[in-house]
Design a protein around this ligand. Structure first.
Ligand code: KG4
Ligand code: ZN
Length: 351
């Protein structure tokens, strides 16, 4: 076992390899990952706090940061162990700088800065949203330009990525993020937290045409809005309380249908208008099976290619941060210097 580890280490430290150790703690998941050459995931440890926040129906920021502080060293150690590497085998560190909850971000950033200082390793701060988009690069051979739809618990954005550093945000949500709408509807119906995966599963048993909830297209704008739709669900449920599991399934299927029709139609129309040949989905809601299905159906015969990551890479994870860091660095070797430790957590960081 010891020899195997030594041989693996020797192979990995060959100069053709670029090993990035990435840390992500922007919300309620503490994650560390080793990514080799931007594509090969040697480890991707994700420590979820869902069991801690579920009873509150959402993330409690104070609890999240406290648990990250207790947990992060173990998560990093496990990521190295699973990759069969030692810290000396790491070329560069990467960490999520923002956006996210400030206390949560700080826990990951302090861990990364400490490792950087002790081991004289270069450290790269990465935008969380950029990470979500780059999750696609871990699994697909894909080149910008493309149109990205970023849909998570905190974000709903239509973005043009021209090359590896240039983004243009076309539109964003004017109120609730789409994942937030899923979570709020699930809370209203007492389905637990997070709402997206539960609704995804329950909706499969329901009739998506049962209630015709509004489709908020905001015609003429690239923006989105989901709070009116959420209010329509609240109003419907107050007049027609869920009378059976089937009724509940019909309500969530109808809510989900309204959401995904808007996301799919608006994104494809935008891609056609702007002559974009590729659409990339990113963020936790991109794991939704109905959304993937509708996108796949509607994209046929448009000449557009659709990309999305595996479900585990859609939700928060550090591999996507390591991948984004690799593409930022490509062709240049970063040397350690203390100035790289002066960046701060940026809870409202923009792309
Ligand atoms: O990207 P993410 O892990 O964290 C943020 O950056 O916000 O996204 C979390 C969000 C939550 O709102 C969760 O309910 C939603 O993604 N989500 C889903 C699914 N899995 C996670 N929404 C719909 N369907 C899913 N299968
Ligand atoms: Zn996220």
């Amino acid at each position: 076992m010891q020899n195997l580890h030594l041989i693996t280490s020797l192979l990995q430290t060959n100069k053709d390899f670029m090993n990035i150790l990435a840390i992500e703690t922007s919300c309620d998941e503490a994650s560390a990952s080793v990514v080799q050459n931007g594509r090969k995931i040697l480890s991707n440890v994700i420590s979820s706090q869902i069991h801690i926040h579920a009873k509150y129906g959402g993330v409690v920021p104070e609890l999240a940061s406290r648990h990250h502080l207790e947990n992060i060293n173990f998560v990093v150690a496990e990521a190295l162990a699973k990759a069969r590497l030692r810290i000396n085998d790491i070329d560069t560190l990467a960490v999520t700088q923002g956006p996210g909850l400030v206390g949560s971000l700080l826990a990951g950033i302090m861990a990364a800065k400490t490792l950087s200082l002790i081991y004289r390793l270069p450290l790269l701060p990465i935008n969380h949203i950029e990470g979500h988009i780059y999750a696609n690069f871990l699994e697909h051979r894909i080149k910008p330009p493309f149109l990205a739809l970023v849909i998570s618990g905190g974000h709903t954005e239509l973005v043009i990525q021209r090359d590896h550093t240039h983004y243009k945000i076309l539109g964003r949500t004017r109120d609730d993020a789409v994942g937030e709408a899923y979570d709020k509807v699930a809370k209203l119906l007492d389905l637990g937290y997070p709402g997206g995966p539960v609704i995804d599963k329950l909706a499969k048993k329901g009739d998506p045409q049962y209630i015709k909830f509004p489709r908020p297209y905001l015609t003429g704008s690239y923006d989105f809005s989901f709070s009116g739709l959420k209010t329509s669900v609240v109003n419907y449920v107050s007049k027609h309380p869920a009378s059976s599991v089937q009724h509940l399934a019909d309500v969530v299927a109808s809510f989900q249908q309204a959401v995904i029709e808007v996301l799919v139609n608006k994104t494809i129309q935008t891609a056609l208008k702007l002559k974009m040949k590729k659409i990339v989905l990113a963020g936790g809601v991109a794991a939704n099976s109905a959304l993937r299905g509708l996108f796949t159906d509607k994209i046929r015969k448009t000449g557009i290619t659709l990309y999305y990551p595996s479900p585990v890479l859609c939700t928060d994870n550090a591999a996507m941060i390591g991948c984004a860091a690799y593409y930022r660095l490509k062709n240049k070797k970063l040397e350690y210097n203390q100035k790289m430790l002066t960046f701060k957590a940026a809870p409202n960081l923009q792309l």
